[in-house]
Design a protein around this ligand. Structure first.
Ligand code: SF4
Length: 694
């Protein structure tokens, strides 16, 4: 790291990586960022940061940044650099031509959880008002869409219930399918502090995560379950609560729908959910399940934190519902130290969902079929809106291959690398007549594009991100956009070229519009954000300064709703040909597909994805550390280097997907969550064999 001396000035902004949403001071010399210093006044991070965030500014000025719009007639032609006006006109003309020939429903747009709330809001507005359909979806589809579904159904709001600081009041902490010290490092450290103070830890994960190595842990429990058996396990935990009379009868009577509770109680009391009966499914000893259920239910404050190991399954939504059932049954909601807390992977997963990116919901999770809601948006936007939900991302791919979906606008998302079954995604993209990619680098998706519009990084724009605790943080422009436009300005230009006028001078005006149309944001504006530093929604007349803890007095749906969670085994089964289960995750120094972190200082810590293999599985295959391994599944093959690790269960292998060459998504399955189509990244049956160097 080069010491660049004293800054001339600084700007406070928000990290653009994970869902913690740390505040930083970007220290500047002239137009150059010389360092990022964690901001002590940051409400989410209180002056802490991780290695990713500190070096994030590196990618903003990387030589690979796209600085000029580019167009081409077909994907086998070379790119032609053009000015903004020509590129926007080309894109608009192509979209219009596709709709004229193939119909209004033949085009759509994908928003990004890396972009700001204001940018995301504009993309879904573009799709609904200018494209005239609801074919808008977000990359949250492939991570936390089951959270949106499951928490809305049970608790009435598609969001986590607590602040991060709430963990400091928790007595028993359950972490399910998450690895906070790697994926949410600042919050992971905070959780560690609470564990060192004596809180009890229960980890439900096939992998031995680093939290379990926290020094001086009091009686930590690790339920190392088989991938794909989450729902069986959460049902067994709930069964113990009822079986041993550990439920919070007062909370249930006063706060929950007692009829739904009784139906759920009858369901969960059945002996088929007893830990002793479920042991053969999950692989977790019955006594360990009983002990964990007692620890959680008897704790003064029991808190559950979960990640993609919960959502990215064929029963992802069922598992989210199961977690909410467990929290309601034990009264662990509505105060500090408890709650149901999804750890969002990207900086603005919460925000992109809040802003109406889903094909069935307008901003604020308001359904498109609700005539009163639609009428409000129609009056504000001056256009009639479609009342039918549009296509989800996987449906867009299927429709593209079927020949009914012909054009796509993708802002800030590398679907070719991040979505499952790469061959299928590439075939879909190749079949489009018009693919418009707006991004900061020439990513894998751009290889199939006809229009490339330069994106802007978080340092080049104004706006807001919403973190995993519903906290709306300001993103402030630190330097001028390298290509001359912020992302929201590009969407505005495209909309105007399509004939649907948009007119904003600053993202604050977009937020004012969001507040007018979204009840949970009705009290949010940039002046208040300046005054308070950050705001946790709901922010409305009842909660003018925001809501740190949700569901204190009631639920948005009145009473908490228990729902039935029948366990169904995943269709992805091991057999003689594919005897191991592959699961995927992230590491501390890298972020998702690595497009940003691979272009920063972080690259020095991690230059390839590896396959973690349990010593037993390695021994029977004659595998040593560093060997090249061929990994094959029912979907495809890839090659990775071996790392022998005791962190995995025997029979389970693990890899990351930070590099384009990893091929992780070439081998992952086509299965997805029954309610939301979130892909089942976490369970793929594979075979692993030693191969010579690729
Ligand atoms: Fe904070 Fe996450 Fe950024 Fe690290 S990556 S600085 S934990 S927001």
């Amino acid at each position: 790291v080069i010491d660049k001396g004293q800054p001339e000035h600084s700007v406070i902004t928000t990290c653009a990586y994970c869902g913690v949403g740390c505040s930083f001071k970007a220290e500047m010399k002239g137009d150059e960022v010389i360092r990022m210093v964690p901001y002590k006044g940051g409400d989410a991070n209180h002056g802490h940061s991780c290695v990713k965030g500190r070096f994030a500014f590196g990618y903003a000025t990387h030589k690979d940044r796209i600085k000029q719009p580019m167009i081409r007639d077909s994907i086998d032609q070379p790119w032609r650099e053009v000015g903004w006006e020509e590129a926007i006109a080309f894109a608009a003309q192509r979209l219009k031509a596709v709709q004229a020939e193939h119909g209004r429903e033949s085009i759509g747009g994908i928003t990004s959880s890396r972009c700001t709330n204001e940018e995301t809001y504009l993309v879904q507005k573009l799709v609904r008002a200018a494209f005239g359909n609801n074919n808008t979806d977000t990359c949250a589809r492939v991570c936390h869409s089951p959270t949106g579904y499951g928490l809305k159904l049970t608790l009435g709001e598609s969001a986590g219930t607590q602040t991060f600081d709430s963990v400091m009041q928790a007595d028993t902490i359950i972490v399910i399918g998450a690895n906070p010290t790697d994926a949410h490092p600042v919050f992971g450290s905070q959780m560690r502090r609470r564990l060192r103070e004596g809180a009890q830890l229960i980890v439900i994960d096939p992998r031995r995560i680093d939290l379990l190595k926290t020094p001086h842990l009091k009686d930590a429990q690790h339920l190392a379950l088989r991938p794909g058996t989450n729902v069986a396990l959460v049902n067994a935990l709930a069964h113990v609560v009822i079986d041993e009379g550990l439920e919070d009868t007062q909370f249930i009577a006063e706060r929950c729908d007692t009829q739904a509770y009784q139906a759920w109680r009858d369901f969960i009391s059945d002996q088929r959910h007893a830990p002793e009966r479920v042991e053969s499914i999950t692989g977790v000893p019955a006594e360990a399940v009983r002990r964990a259920a007692r620890s959680y239910a008897k704790a003064a404050n029991g808190a559950i934190y979960y990640g993609l190991g919960v959502t990215e399954h064929s029963q992802g939504s069922t598992m989210v519902i199961g977690i909410a059932n467990l929290a309601m049954a034990t009264g662990n909601l509505g105060r500090e130290g408890v709650g149901v807390n999804p750890l969002r992977g990207q900086n603005n997963v919460q925000g992109s969902c809040d802003m109406g990116s889903f094909p069935h919901e307008l901003p604020g999770y308001q359904h498109v079929a609700d005539a009163a809601v639609r009428g409000r948006f129609e009056r504000a936007w001056g256009v009639a809106l479609d009342d039918e939900p549009g296509l989800r991302i996987p449906n867009m791919f299927d429709a593209a291959i079927a020949g009914t979906f012909k054009a796509l606008y993708v802002q800030g998302e590398d679907i070719a690398q991040s979505d499952p079954n790469t061959q299928h995604v590439e075939a879909a993209l190749r079949s489009l007549e018009c693919l418009i990619v707006q991004d900061i680098f020439l990513n894998e998706t751009a290889k199939f594009a006809h229009v490339l519009l330069p994106g802007s990084t978080f340092l080049e724009k104004n706006g807001t991100f919403t973190n995993a605790e519903r906290r709306i943080n300001r993103v402030r422009k630190v330097m001028a956009p390298l290509a001359g436009k912020e992302d929201w300005e590009v969407t505005v230009a495209l909309s105007n070229a399509l004939g649907y006028p948009m007119d904003y001078r600053h993202p604050s005006e977009i937020m004012d519009e969001i507040a007018r149309l979204t009840p949970t944001f009705s009290g949010v504006d940039y002046d208040k954000l300046e005054r308070l530093g950050s705001i946790q929604w709901p922010c409305d007349e009842r909660h003018p300064d925001g809501t740190p803890t949700m569901h204190v007095e009631d639920f948005p749906i009145g009473r908490g709703h228990f729902a039935i969670t029948e366990y169904l085994a995943t269709e992805e089964r091991t057999n003689g040909r594919f005897p191991l289960l592959l699961t995927t995750g992230r590491i501390l120094s890298q972020y998702n597909v690595g497009a940003q972190t691979r272009r920063t200082h972080n690259q020095v810590w991690h230059d390839e994805d590896v396959l973690e293999v349990h010593p037993h599985d390695a021994e029977v295959r004659g595998i040593s550390d560093g060997d090249w391994l061929g990994i094959s599944s029912r979907s495809g093959q890839t090659v990775l280097r071996a790392r022998i690790s005791e962190r995995m269960l025997a029979g389970v292998v693990y890899t990351t997907f930070h590099h384009p060459g990893s091929g992780a998504n070439v081998i992952t399955t086509d299965s997805s969550d029954w309610a939301t189509n979130c892909p089942e990244y976490k369970v793929t049956a594979v075979q692993v064999e030693k191969v010579s160097q690729p």
